[in-house]
Design a protein around this ligand. Sequence first.
Ligand code: SF4
Length: 240
Amino acid sequence: MCSKEGLQSKLPLHKVLPFANVDGIGNRTSIFVQGCDIRCLYCHNPETQDVKFKEREVSIEDLIKEIEPYTPYVRGITVSGGEPTLYHKQLEVLFDELHKQNLTCYVDSNGYFDRERIASLIEVTDKFLFDVKTLDSSGDLIGVKKTGNLENLKYLLKLGKVEEVRHVALTSFVDSENVVRQISEILKDYPEVLFRIIKVHTRGCMHEDLIKDKVPSNRFMGNLGKIASDIGVKLVRVQL
Ligand code: SF4
């Protein structure tokens, strides 16, 4: 895509959050795209899932203008969703432009992407926030059958492109203990990468009825943190 054509390409946008400090290190502007390729039972942004729903589409050029008032006060931007990698071509253009302003560009992903297809986006992304939902391909938790997320995680880690790995823990639909073990075996070799283990919270989520009795106890969560530390992960944060 040439630069002029790229700047006019459209991005389905859910919302822009001018300032956020939970989407990567430092103060950042968060951009939420519309459309996701999975259906997590605990999704708190179900309105962002529908790929066909386009409440608002903005050109990359207009999006850059929209965030201009905030950029002097942030380290960079984080694109979240939805699933940002669905829009790899548009984001590649956005990131190229924002790098010219010395802003860092992060992607918050569920990790189920085709890494060859999004190779150019990976190249221009400073860091990924990588959410490992499950390792089970049955689709019970995420609504569709998917595999390959751990391989993608290993690939990005080797490139030095991961700032944080997350797992949302439940007592059913996903074997959180196994997920934590497997992630920890990988992360023990990357002491600079934060592993955030998050207790699922049900208020306002998509299927509150299905998961309200699958919320782990604090003791269960503490044990997950201990598993990660015992395996050798240096930066572990358990979020209750
Ligand atoms: S990855 Fe899951 S939680 Fe995130 S937007 Fe998609 S369905 Fe919702």
